[in-house]
Design a protein around this ligand. Structure first.
Ligand code: ATP
Ligand code: MG
Length: 345
């Protein structure tokens, strides 16, 4: 039975999820673990202090007893770009071989310093020319190498590297959205420093945005404005604040910027000539729990916004966590579970 461990190195914590997929029936969540990172070890989704990250990865393995050391890892930071690109039509295998020679004009990094990947979105014809429309992913090799190196130093074996956005697409896209088709769904994973957006149609990604924005900005501004500790600011953020108080106004203002950024990205997508209708949104990630955020997002986007459930299609095995803890952990697991699901396909 294929079993895989998804490993998510976030800006605030490192998490892993082990999933087993039997020949038939639902995949099972077998194990889960999370260890917080010291501040600054991962900045804006990039490893800034490799030794600290390696230590935390070792702790994660020691503490939770994952079976095996092979991992599927994700990336989401400024060193990776995702673009929709039209290339002369080629069958997928040949397209892959020729990618290096075709995409330099579309990416901000020299091709020889990039790791490339793509999803075919469509074949179409423009002025009699047959084209392949692809979603091109280009990641800076140095950044990818640092992720792989950190895992190896913790004696893990990276087998697969994926975009966090594609991982969350696997765990968060709802089965009925996939079945219904015709209408798009916006998925949002809002973390500490990075927010991933994906518009998909029946499980196929149409648009991906990686925003350098997350809950840290709100914590930092509370800390600075009120002269309080990081921990106090974190607690304040998660609490129901008295409307009109200084702290409440700060959070509202910051959350407003957050919502504006997401709306801006969706507006950009909606203005594309071949954009599909986006009928609803699903949010996940620690920062999606900010009180009132979902309602504000629904107002701004003009569509219903629901909480994501990355375990929706999983059978829960002996994870060693009681149901309440599991429910509490759920918002943090979309990427790790999605990575594991991708590696068992
Ligand atoms: N109840 C809550 N209310 C408001 N914010 C919360 C709450 N719980 C967690 N957060 C915020 O969520 C953020 C952490 O989210 P998450 O763990 O998804 O990020 P990450 O994966 O570590 O980082 P990255 O941004 O790289 O994805 C922090 O900014 C934290 O303050
Ligand atoms: Mg994250």
């Amino acid at each position: 039975m294929p079993s895989a461990i998804g490993l998510d190195i976030g800006s605030s914590a490192v998490r892993a999820a082990q999933v087993t997929r039997p020949g038939s029936g639902p995949a099972t969540l077998d194990r889960l673990g999370q260890v917080l990172l010291p501040p600054g070890a991962v900045r804006d989704g990039e490893i800034a202090d490799p030794e600290a990250v390696v230590e935390v990865l070792k702790t994660l393995w020691k503490r939770y007893g994952f079976k095996g050391r092979k991992v599927a890892m994700g990336v989401a930071n400024q060193q990776v770009v995702v673009r929709e690109v039209d290339l002369p039509y080629l069958p997928e295998a040949e397209l892959r071989k020729s990618l290096d020679f075709q995409v330099q004009d579309y990416i901000p990094i020299p091709v020889e310093q990039a790791v490339l990947d793509f999803h075919v979105l469509a074949e179409h014809e423009v002025d009699g020319n047959r084209l392949s429309k692809i979603l091109l992913v280009a990641a800076a090799r140095g950044m990818v190498d640092s992720v792989v190196a950190a895992a190896r130093q913790a004696r893990l074996q990276p087998m697969l590297l994926d975009l966090d956005a594609f991982a969350m697409l696997r765990s968060l896209s709802r089965p009925d959205a996939i079945l219904a088709g015709g209408e798009g769904e916006l998925l949002v994973d809002a973390g500490a420093a990075v927010t991933n957006l994906v518009v998909h149609e029946a499980g196929i990604p149409r648009f991906v945005r990686i925003l350098l924005m997350g809950g840290n900005a709100i914590t930092d501004s509370l800390q600075a404005a009120l002269g309080i500790s990081h921990e106090q600011a974190e607690g304040m953020k998660a609490a129901d604040l008295t409307p009109g108080s200084d702290e409440a106004s700060l959070v509202v203002e910051r959350a407003g910027r957050f919502v504006d950024e997401i709306r801006g990205s969706l507006d950009y997508y909606r203005a594309q000539p071949n954009a599909i209708q986006v009928g609803r949104a699903v949010v996940s990630g620690g920062a999606s729990q900010l009180p009132g955020l979902r309602d504000r997002l629904a107002d701004a986007l003009g569509i219903p916004v629901d909480r994501g459930h990355p375990m929706q299609e999983l059978k829960i095995g002996k994870v060693g966590v009681d149901p309440d803890q599991l429910a509490e952990a759920e918002p943090y697991l979309a990427v790790a579970i999605g990575l594991a699901l991708g590696a068992t396909e």
